[in-house]
Write a protein that binds this ligand. Structure first.
Ligand code: ASP
Ligand code: MG
Length: 422
């Protein structure tokens, strides 16, 4: 059994869905097809949510645009009378009804109730198209099967509960293909949750782990994992084989090709992950698997933008390490902040974190009784795995260095692009 995951870029139009059908029907094995929302639908639903929460009726027009988009894909794919179209209509009507009648609750909760529809619509249309193409196929609503806690917008999997349900639902009795949603799940009580932006890769990895898949393939619009983002360094080239460890380090440092949480469930069951291009499915792509030697010997460059460097100094001039350190990190975890770099001196701790303003303000507030905080905004974190002096020079020239950390295999810089007076 294999798991294929198709992201938004691969299913952004009717051509993409026809292409998906070609790719999956070439597969001889049993297959679970995990699909993200079409194109940029998740972003569009985030805008609907914002408008609706602000009390502005304009959300109806924004939702109408999303509906027209899905309808135009359906009209291209299907004959005029087709259950795919009516299922989409029913589902849009359900969301409209929710927005018209529900009392507005907590942001994270509402986010999951509204934004999760993108994956429902995409899977309905993909499944319907596979069905009319003659594939033996079943559509599964992953909610009710992939069970999470109630940390809305960043839910954690309840492993035992989910694993039992997933095994009994995806049993391949009488069908060779399943189509299901990435990114979403539900609480035990049945409330919809999401796993964090770009979380469909993670769904694919979870299903693969629970069902002991042979491999996972993530279909992308790039030829595989590259040694840099080609929009940043235009001579970026494909990595043929990457170890799980290498892949985790790359995604943690900000490489965007796969979601950082994807690797662990695959590593734990030793399931290889292929990153391949849906535009050239016959090409090899990148294989991520257990220990392998990086053959190419190329440095790997990773950039994470929109960072804040926060310096935290105990007000009583006590040492930063020890109890202060555990207290500070406890507050980061409490506020849902992931720390990207940490550097400690005697009486100061510097951390680099994502610039999520609400969370940053909240942690600064929690820290202020005991600590003085100073921060630099608009900074970037640059990492190089397998660095060379030329590689370092290439990306750090013209940048103001705020922090540098080096180990045998990697070097990490927190730098500032433009001088700021703050
Ligand atoms: N559609 C969701 C997002 O755009 C999940 C995903 O694409 O993996 O974040
Ligand atoms: Mg997406």
């Amino acid at each position: 059994m294999k798991v294929y995951k198709f992201g938004g870029a691969s299913v952004k139009d009717a051509w993409g869905i026809r292409n998906l059908e070609k790719i999956v029907s070439a597969e001889k094995d049993n297959l679970i097809i995990v699909v993200s929302a079409f194109g940029k639908t998740t972003n569009a639903l985030e805008r609907v949510l914002k408008t609706w929460l602000s009390g502005d009726k304009l959300y109806k027009d924004q939702l109408e645009d999303i509906y027209s988009y899905h309808l135009s894909v359906a009209e291209d794919l299907f004959p005029s009378v087709n259950s795919g179209k009516s299922k989409i209509d029913v589902s849009f009507a359900r969301l409209e009804e929710y927005l018209a009648t529900s009392k507005k609750g907590d942001y994270d909760f509402e986010y999951d109730q509204v934004v999760s529809y993108g994956e429902i619509w995409s899977t309905i249309l993909v499944a319907e198209f596979l069905k009319i193409s003659g594939l033996s196929m079943e559509w599964i609503d992953i909610r009710g099967n992939l069970i999470t806690d109630d940390r809305f917008r960043d839910a954690d999997i309840l492993w035992n509960e989910s694993s039992a349900r997933i095994k009994s639902v995806f049993n391949f009795n009488g069908t060779r293909f399943y189509v299901t949603q990435g990114f979403i799940g539900s609480t035990i009580a049945g409330q919809t949750t999401t796993l964090g932006r770009e979380g469909s890769d993670y769904t694919a990895a979870l299903l693969a782990n629970m069902l002991d898949a042979e491999i996972v393939v993530v279909w992308k619009d790039v030829p595989g994992l590259l040694n840099a983002d080609p929009k940043w360094l235009s001579d970026a080239s494909r990595l043929e084989e990457v170890s799980y460890r290498e892949a985790v380090e790359m995604t943690f440092s900000g490489a965007k090709v796969i979601h950082p949480k994807t690797i662990k469930p695959l590593h734990n069951k030793n399931i290889p992950l292929y990153v391949k291009s849906f535009l050239a499915p016959e090409q090899k792509g990148t294989i991520i698997k257990s220990e392998t030697i990086l053959k190419h010997g190329l440095p790997v460059f990773i950039k994470k933008e929109n960072q804040i460097m926060l310096s935290i100094i105990p007000k009583d001039f006590s040492f930063a390490m020890g109890e202060n350190l555990s207290r500070i990190f406890y507050l980061f975890v409490q506020n849902g902040i992931k720390v990207n770099v940490v550097e400690a001196s005697a009486v100061s701790i510097d951390v680099c974190i994502d610039d999520d303003r609400k969370k940053v303000e909240s942690v600064i507030n929690d820290l202020k009784a005991e600590f003085t905080t100073v921060y630099n905004e608009n900074v970037e974190m640059l990492s190089i795995r397998h660095y060379t002096p030329e590689a370092i020079n290439r990306i750090t020239k013209d940048r103001e260095m705020l922090l540098e950390q080096r180990t045998r295999n990697s070097v990490r810089f927190v730098v500032r692009k433009i001088a700021s007076t703050r």
